[in-house]
Every structure is written in C-alpha cells, then in structure tokens.
Design a protein. Structure first.
Length: 207
C-alpha cells in the first residue's frame, strides 16, 4: 500500500459495523473473563511465587483519538527494567525476562489482562497494537501517517501481530504501521473473525 496517498476517511467499517464490533468486544470480553478466570488465578499465583514484585503491571499507551490509557499485562520482566527512565524495546533473548515471564511471552499469555481493557472500551480484540508516546514520536519522524490509526481503538491482536511479531526495531515498527493502515482501510467483521481465528491457532508462533 502506498502510504503517501492514504485518504483521510480511511476506516473500512461503517457506523453499524463499528457498533456491532464494539458489542462483540463487550460480550466476548465478559465471557472470557469468566471462562479464563482459573487461568488468570493460576498465572497470578505462579507469578507471585516465582519472582518478587507485582504480578500485573500497567503502562501508559496511546489509543483512540490520540488519548492515553493504561494497558494491563502480566509482568514478564524484572522490576528494575527502565530504572533510568528511558523506554526500551523488548529484544530477542532479552535478559530482563524472568523464567516464567519467558513462558508467558512465548504463548502471549502476558496479554490476557487486556481483556479488561477491551471490556472498558480502551481496546478492541482486533486493531493496531497501542504504542507508547516515546516510540510514536520516533515512528512519526519516518511516517506521519501513524496518526490515522487514531480513528479506531487499538487491539489485542492484528495482522501485524501474526505476521510481523514483536516490534523491536524501527524497521519492524514501520512495517507494522503499513500493515495496520492496510487493515484499517479494509477491515470488516469477517476479517476480524479470521484474524482472531489465526491468532488462537498460532499463539506459539507469534513471537
């Protein structure tokens, strides 16, 4: 996709589809919180037993309308990471990961608390992955079209999550942006269903 010619009205969904998407998010998130509650409890207890510090951490991300919100995850790293105040990207074979955190990352189980973000309305199940302002500013230096994503809610999963994996370089960030913009322009309820299906059946291949 040529990102230099992206229209301002980029959203592929109409108002009805967006409403149905939000209704599906609310119902799905509510049911998942009930069904997955034993897994949540197990991870929480295992996390508390395996390392010191909180089991769940929150971090400010930028979402719909360019507004900040707090994203929730199961903690996968030692508590003293970024102690100097400088944001750092996750790296392959990152030494900051705890043993249990490495397992959570492998299967993306650290993302489970974001079901709460979906229920609250901060996020959707499918959409661009929300980023920190620090890295958005860096991305914008290369491609200002990032702001077009703000017409929609960020998501727990996306085409870019499946095909581009974790974004630990600027090259991967820019590739993810192109994929996110393409998704936004062509998104539909059917496409969302396919992305969720692919995500569930490829959890151990996404990193």
């Amino acid at each position: 996709m040529n990102t230099d010619t992206i229209p301002t009205n980029i959203d592929g969904m109409n108002g009805l589809e967006r409403g149905l998407k939000r209704a599906g998010d609310v119902i799905g998130a509510f049911l998942l919180m009930i069904v997955l509650s034993p897994l949540f409890l197990y991870i929480y207890i295992r996390q508390k037993m395996s390392s010191s510090g909180p089991a769940i951490y929150s971090q400010e991300r930028i979402g719909k309308g360019g507004r900040p919100f707090m994203i929730y995850k199961f903690r996968t790293m030692e508590t003293d990471t970024e102690s100097d105040g400088m944001p750092q990207l996750w790296q392959e074979n990152d030494s900051r990961l705890t043993d249990f955190g490495r397992l959570l990352r492998k299967y993306h189980l650290d993302e489970l608390p974001q079901v709460w973000n979906v229920l609250k309305g901060d996020m959707s199940f499918v959409g661009y992955r929300p980023e920190r302002q620090y890295f958005i500013d860096k991305i914008m230096m290369h491609n200002s079209n990032y702001e077009l994503l703000y017409v929609s809610r960020p998501g727990v999963t996306s085409v870019a999550t499946i095909e581009n994996g974790y974004t630990y370089t600027m090259e991967k960030m820019l590739r993810r942006l192109d994929m996110d913009l393409d998704y936004l322009q062509h998104r539909s309820l059917w496409l969302d269903a396919k992305i969720i299906f692919r995500t569930v059946f490829n959890l151990n291949k996404l990193a």
